[in-house]
Write a protein that binds this ligand. Structure first.
Ligand code: AMP
Length: 477
């Protein structure tokens, strides 16, 4: 069975709370802080020590979880999930957490990442009689846990995690425990934190989240990452950690630092704000340009632009302003307005741009359509020259580990040279940060090593059963 490659385009955030009387409220607030990781559906499952309750729906976290809804999911343990998927099967059925009653009791599971052997495992399970209700990878894990011959849930989970490949940061809820695990290569982030017990009789609350910005909102202190290959179990007996898998070369997603994570988070042990600033500085060193102002493409280009401005000595000016209140529905004028979609989000500031030689800084060019419109808007606002600088290398290959990138044929850098891209977007000059420069800025080799497959086409795992994967691209050829 082949998985269509666009099924793998799923971005998510996960959270878990253990030991707090308002666990589902804390899960809600944590998800609220992780909304950037997925805006399509969200869900929370909570336990009162005996029963699990689940609520999930399509939409934004703050729209789904009203006070009335949160009152229906009481208890001191909770897990939560927020999801974005570009596929047709993004319906509620595939929203998470997934909750099931199996021979190991009631469990709820939430997952960030994509499994690269899901099709293979699923087809084995199908043949062995498993009946799937969704097309989500997460259900594969649930079936593996249910079918495991191990006696305890911890052993069953470890056994199941050894059978899957690819990217997964998982949280699982049972009536009295939270399980948190990361794949052996550490593709996606997962951090652990703590809220000190305020009353003498109350123990600390243990929390997990995709990013530390979730901890800031609920007053939790960041303790550490869940390590690649680690399974942490929190229950009445305390916090226990085990490694379910042998060490594998680490390949954390470098794009978390380039774009995906919030700049106020610590991801893979490094402050994102700092790595983005370093990317901007490095970009200025590698590809300087004679210009009057540095203009960030907000919000994703802001921190790199600060670094570029600092390093180059060219002043930064906000020549593009973002409307943060763009909702899901809007009424378009019947008469076509040029670049309407981009203008809805970004408006150029004429008196900043007029007569200037502008360096535009953005984090990435994917299809090239956004940059083309932005360059045109900046020129139409009177800029004399428009130079584009991008704080990562050309994106030439899709991600199969949990970032939404289109197929290769839609990736502009997979099909055009840098000069052809420059021409397409209409810039006077275009330069990307080098791969070495990006690695240096993200601290590669210090404590972490990164997956850079989207820039190199070299995938650190075998990719089995994916429709448009060329065999030569798999496993780092
Ligand atoms: P485009 O080149 O028109 O496809 O758009 C590129 C812009 O989309 C970049 O400036 C990024 O800020 C943003 N972007 C890049 N990757 C993603 C992603 N996985 N999800 C959402 N937006 C993204």
């Amino acid at each position: 069975m082949l998985i269509p490659s666009d099924k793998l385009r799923e971005e998510c955030g996960v959270v878990a709370i253990y030991g707090h009387p308002e666990a589902s409220k804390l899960a809600y607030l944590s998800l609220y802080a992780l909304q950037h990781r997925g805006q399509e559906s969200a869900g929370i499952a909570a336990s009162n020590g005996e029963q699990l309750q689940l609520h999930k729906a399509m939409g934004l976290v703050s729209d789904i979880f009203t006070a009335d809804v949160l009152a229906l999911i009481p208890g001191s343990l909770a897990i939560g999930h927020t999801r974005y998927s570009t596929t047709g099967d993004s319906a509620l059925l595939n929203a998470q957490p997934i909750m099931v009653e199996c021979n190991k009791g009631k469990i709820a599971l939430a997952h960030n990442g994509n499994l690269t052997n899901a099709a293979e495992v699923r087809s084995h399970l199908d043949q062995a009689g498993s009946i799937f209700q969704t097309t989500s990878d997460t259900e594969v894990v649930v079936h593996l846990i249910a079918r495991s011959r191990e006696q305890t849930l911890g052993d069953a989970m470890a056994d199941s995690l050894r059978r899957i490949e690819g990217a997964f940061s998982l949280v699982m809820l049972t009536p009295d425990r939270i399980f948190a695990a990361r794949d052996p290569r550490g593709f996606r982030p997962l951090v652990m934190g703590r809220i000190s017990g305020q009353a003498a009789h109350r123990a600390d609350t243990i929390v997990f989240a995709s990013e530390t910005c979730a901890f800031d909102l609920i007053g939790a202190t960041y303790e550490r990452e869940v390590k690649p290959g680690e399974l942490v179990i929190v229950g009445p007996e305390g916090v226990h950690s085990r490694f379910y898998s042998a060490q594998q070369p680490q390949s954390s997603c470098i794009f978390e630092h380039v774009y995906f994570s919030r700049p106020d988070s610590i991801v893979f042990g490094k402050a994102v704000q700092q790595t983005r600033d370093a990317m901007g500085r490095q970009l200025a060193l590698e590809s300087p340009v004679d210009a009057d102002i540095v203009v960030p493409v907000p919000d994703s280009g802001v921190t790199a632009a600060l670094g570029f401005s600092y390093q180059s000595g060219i002043p930064i000016q906000f020549g593009l302003i973002r409307n943060h209140y763009v909702g899901r529905t809007f009424i378009e004028p019947e008469q076509r307005v040029r670049d309407f979609g981009v203008k809805l989000k970004l408006n150029p500031v004429r008196n900043v741009l007029e007569g200037k030689r502008v360096v535009l800084i953005d984090d990435s060019i994917v299809r090239g359509t956004t940059s083309r419109k932005i360059v045109r808007m900046v020129r139409e606002s009177g800029a004399k020259e428009v130079h584009m600088r991008v704080s990562c290398p050309p994106t030439i290959s899709p991600c199969y580990y949990g970032v939404d990138t289109p197929s290769k044929n839609q990736l502009i850098a997979a099909n055009k040279s840098v000069d052809e891209i420059r021409e397409y977007i209409g810039a006077d000059s275009l330069a990307y940060l080098s791969l070495e420069g990006l690695r240096k800025a993200a601290g590669d080799g210090e404590e972490h090593s990164y997956c850079t497959a989207c820039y190199t086409g070299k995938y650190p795992t075998n990719i089995v059963g994916v429709e448009d994967i060329a065999p030569a691209m798999a496993a780092g050829d």
